[in-house]
Write a protein that binds this ligand. Structure first.
Ligand SMILES: C=C1C[C@]23C[C@H]1CC[C@H]2[C@]1(C)CCC[C@@](C)(C(=O)O)[C@H]1[C@@H]3C(=O)O
Ligand SMILES: O=C(O)CCC(=O)C(=O)O
Ligand SMILES: [Fe+2]
Length: 362
């Protein structure tokens, strides 16, 4: 099957074949406004979790203040001394290669189904016909249920028994991501001066989406994007990028590159947490660029609340900050919106709020 051979009318993303073509197919060309170059690096703030994890109240207050300034401004920060073993991160990257080096027909046999998030996607070519992202993704769900290794089951069921070891690496990785997310939610509550356990309890029974991103090199890297400008509709994103670099955040009114740090996790506020902060904290606008020489990979953990739980900010925040900014909604509705009605971009949440009344009432 060649690159442009149709699979039921869908372009098949075979980057090595695409690279041999003289020009970038028009489906991958992005508008100039999305391609504007970055101007410098955004490093701050680097939040050291060590003091907070040890229960040091002075260090906790300091970390919470750094968090507050960042989340009021652009919704992006990085955490170090997070307690996650570097060998687990290394193993997760090794397994990314295992997945994306599979033969194309094997990857397509576990492709994402319409309306769903889980499975393989090549440039989202089955979903969109323009502004295709130059990437492959593999996504699966994690529900935090320790009694049942759902991630292991997913890999065994869809990729085969011999993928059990891969499943265990991501099972362990997701368990660590969930643990880190609950630490961050507690710190976010402290920074917002609300009940310290409000968000931690809100997400205790949540589910999450784990996504492996693979960005092949692209000869025309200046005309396309790995992931277009967007705010994550989810609550909190905990991302690790490899040493290649490509993640950019829109802050201080310009695109700023995030230099890879193997010892840090990048964390950004998503639309759902913006609503949980009654609009006080910003949902972070970001994108991923590609390059001509090197393949780039990222591990992305999207934290979500239980699907049918009503998303509303804590009462003491509304009392302090004034009237509710957004209506009640559920993550299930917002996920449905992004998977079946709207391509997530820089304006997802505003479009969702307008769509909500016409779709259903709580
Ligand atoms: C709920 C989700 C939809 C996306 C994956 C998660 C959170 C981020 C979203 C996404 C990455 C935003 C940019 C567009 C998108 C289509 C993509 O490039 O993958 C989005 C994801 C998706 O709809 O699959
Ligand atoms: O790969 C990256 O650096 C960013 C990916 C991203 O923003 C996403 O998958 O939502
Ligand atoms: Fe994102």
């Amino acid at each position: 099957m060649n690159t442009r051979e149709q699979l039921a009318g869908v372009l098949v993303f075979d980057s090595s074949a695409l690279q041999k073509q003289p020009n970038l197919p028009t489906e991958f060309v992005w508008p100039h406004k999305d391609l504007v170059g970055n101007q410098d690096e955004l490093e701050e703030p680097l939040i050291d979790l060590d003091g907070f994890l040890k229960g040091d109240e002075v260090e906790t207050a300091h970390a919470a203040e750094l968090l507050r300034v960042a989340c009021l401004h652009h919704g992006f920060f990085q955490v170090t001394n997070h307690g996650i073993d570097s060998s687990l991160i290394r193993a997760a990257y090794q397994e990314i290669d295992t997945i994306f080096k599979l033969p194309l027909d094997k990857k397509l046999s576990v492709r994402r189904q319409p309306g769903g998030v889980c499975g393989y996607s090549g440039a989202h070519a089955d979903r969109y016909s323009s502004k295709l992202p130059w990437k492959e993704t593999f996504s699966f769900e994690y529900n935090g249920n320790h009694s049942h290794p759902v991630v292991v089951d997913y890999f065994k069921h869809f990729l085969g028994e011999h993928f059990q070891p891969t499943g265990w690496v991501y099972q362990r990785y997701c368990e660590e991501m969930r643990r880190l997310s609950l630490v961050i939610f507690e710190l976010l509550a402290v920074s917002l001066r609300v009940d310290r356990y409000y968000y931690k309890e809100f997400f205790e029974d949540g589910s999450s989406i784990m996504r492996c991103n693979n960005y092949p090199p692209c000869n025309n890297s200046g005309l396309t994007l790995g992931t277009g400008p967007h705010c994550d509709p989810t609550s909190l994103t905990i991302l690790h990028q490899d040493e290649v670099g490509g993640l950019e955040v829109f802050a201080n009114n310009k695109w700023q590159a995030i230099r890879p740090r193997s010892d840090a996790f990048v964390v950004n506020i998503g639309d759902t947490f913006m609503a949980l902060s009654n609009g006080k904290y910003k949902s972070c606008l970001h994108r991923a660029v590609v390059n001509r020489e090197r393949e780039r990979r990222s591990l992305v953990f999207f934290v979500c609340p239980k699907e049918d739980k009503v998303v509303r900010p804590p009462q003491d925040l509304v009392c302090i900050e004034g009237p509710r900014k957004y209506p009640d909604f559920t993550w299930s509705d917002l996920l449905d919106f992004t998977q079946n009605h709207y391509r997530a971009d820089v304006a997802t949440f505003q479009s969702f709020i307008k769509w909500l009344p016409s779709s259903k009432t709580i």
